[in-house]
Write a protein that binds this ligand. Structure first.
Ligand code: ADP
Ligand code: ZN
Length: 292
């Protein structure tokens, strides 16, 4: 058995674990994200006795994932106290001299879903997390997409729902996708936590209107073979049929693939790896680094 370490570095919590080359997770722990010194002390202590052969990190961003860059492995422009410009991979490498995989948390999740989850066997998929923020991971032709920096699909521009008077909460754009559709938007708009809204509340139709736009644009722009919707808000499973309906309406028959014409139920899906998508994806990144 090969022991691979995995870190799902989230803005609210960190999950550390290890598993094997089949994607099986053997152990995991979780702790809140504090300032980097305190958080990294927890991470380093966890891996102290685990004897992992490689470590994969899927991190909240923005992060530097360009291997040619002098700040490769750093967290870049986050407002999170202490993390702006923090050398994440450097702090790991000082302690454990193993191969590292390093990507955004959502690219990791897309990669993990393609390897072991809902997009298994496919060479492309897009992974959305609708949680405290909105993030989008893109996996195309067998690789996570990096591009200039990395995709930031959570901040795409949305068309407003005609009945939505909430101004949006994104500090940069107010009413981008994240600003109107992430968990905090639900809570600020309806004055109650998303998890406490009844399943037939009008909130979900509005939510599906926004997520449906994002999914529609994703289909038009990237033509992925699967779209996976995860994160806390997507625990509201009644959203899935509403989103599929919205996508059907917005595409209006334009894209002729069978998967879209008659297969939306198996095309727009929850993560096959459930809430482990991020950690399993990080494990997959670690495994890929070892194989390189
Ligand atoms: P994070 O994005 O911080 O990694 P989550 O994916 O769990 O974590 O997302 C947390 C957000 O999702 C919060 O805004 C929370 O209110 C919302 N949320 C969590 N569970 C539910 C639920 N069952 N229904 C609606 N919203 C939820
Ligand atoms: Zn934004």
């Amino acid at each position: 058995m090969t022991r691979i370490g995995a870190i799902e570095a989230g803005g609210t919590k960190f999950v550390c674990g290890y598993g094997d080359e089949t994607g099986r997770i053997i152990d995991r722990v979780s702790f809140p994200t504090e300032r980097p010194e305190a958080t990294m002390a927890n991470v380093l202590a966890y891996f102290e006795d685990k004897q992992v052969e490689a470590i994969g990190v899927g991190s909240f961003g923005p992060i530097d994932i360009n291997p040619e860059s002098p700040t490769y492995g750093y967290v870049t422009t986050t407002p999170k106290p202490g993390w702006n410009g923090f050398d994440f991979l450097g702090a790991m490498k000082k302690k454990f001299d193993v191969p590292y995989g390093w990507d955004t948390d959502v690219n990791a999740a897309a990669f993990g879903e393609a390897k072991w989850g809902a997009a298994q066997g496919l060479d492309s998929c897009v992974y959305y997390t609708i949680g405290t923020g909105v993030g989008v991971g893109v996996y195309v032709e067998g690789k996570p997409v990096h591009g200039l920096v990395h995709p930031e699909g959570g901040h795409i521009i949305t068309r407003r729902h005609p009945e939505d008077t909430f101004e949006g909460f994104c500090p940069y754009h107010s009413d981008c996708l994240e600003g109107v559709a992430a968990g905090p938007a639900l809570e600020k708009r309806w004055k109650v936590k998303g998890s406490e809204l009844s399943v037939d509340h009008p909130a979900w139709e509005m939510e599906a209107y926004y997520i449906g736009q994002a999914v529609t644009n994703t289909i038009l722009l990237l033509s992925p073979k699967k779209i996976i919707l995860g994160g806390g808000v997507m625990h509201q499973l009644q959203l899935f049929p509403l989103i599929r309906e919205e996508v059907r309406k917005q595409l209006n028959g334009y894209v002729s693939a069978e998967e879209i014409a008659s297969g939306l139920d198996s095309y727009i899906v929850p993560p096959g790896l459930g809430d482990n998508a991020g950690l399993s994806g990080s494990l997959a990144l670690g495994l890929a680094a070892l194989e390189r």
